[in-house]
Design a protein around this ligand. Sequence first.
Ligand code: COA
Ligand code: MG
Length: 300
Amino acid sequence: MQARADDAPFWRSMLFVPVNVPKYVAKAHERGADAIILDLEDSIAPADKAAARTMVADAATVVSRGGADVVVRINRPIELAVRDIEAVVSAEVRALMLPKIDSAGHLRLLTELVDAVEAQKGVARGHTRFIAMVETAAGFRYIWEIAEATPRNVALTLGGEDFASDIGGEPDPEVLLYPKQQCVLAARAAGITPMGTIGSVANFQDVEGYRASIKRSRRFGFEGSACIHPSIVPLLNEGFTPSATEVDTAERMIAAYEKAYAEGRGSVTFDGKMIDVPIVERAQRVVDRARRIAARMGGR
Ligand code: COA
Ligand code: MG
């Protein structure tokens, strides 16, 4: 099992939906999110964990009606994690979001369990992808190893709220910059997608602040993020989609470079600036991403 390029997630926006709130589940597919995260962890009270787990299969069918991928966030305590994994692994669940990962070994043990459950349930081996969450100082120490611990990993995220609590700090952009930036670097080094924004998911009523935070996060290399309220979904979709102007500039730049290259030159001036290989590679990335998003939307 090896992750392929076309397995890379497309999740500009992932909406957290507490799985045991029927009115959230019922309309989640109308919110425009690329993925829905059915949550079994922080948004579910301890006494409701067992019942919530049994609601995932039906909820997965409901929330995916608009074409969104279904992700399930499981619990960290091992006795809950095992039950969650046994209950939710299925063809309908594209990935598991794994909270409070603190080492590569932790992720490998979960991999072993998922291997076994997929086999028992007749789910294709490797179908269930992982989004690893680093949320503690202890886990942060191993973030590079965590990112590359298993080929099931498709994305890495740093859970700002829990991380801030764990270090005795506040989840503001200044405090989170360093760990979030390490998250981007570790994910890229492992060839997986960095997800998140450099800020708190809790500030959902500050629309302009959120918009600016998304823009900044994309600049640092993030490709998408989870959110807790449907009003943020359009901001994420817009913020993590290259604009028409960006795509146009990128296409013209690539054309100018290709023309120069054909004439035997490795760098050329475009719109008053020098362009060479890394600049053109970034432009190509913009064009590729815009095409993938368009293809994905066409499939809806
Ligand atoms: N998923 C789906 N629908 C949601 C939603 C969510 N996470 N949060 C709100 N909605 C819906 C509401 O049902 C309402 O729908 P309606 O207008 O069709 O009736 C609409 O969005 C507006 O909701 P609003 O009244 O603004 O929100 P609220 O005050 O009811 O709830 C929160 C606010 C933060 C409690 C709620 O958004 C929530 O529980 N979010 C998820 C929290 C979570 O998952 N935390 C763990 C991850 S960190
Ligand atoms: Mg948490």
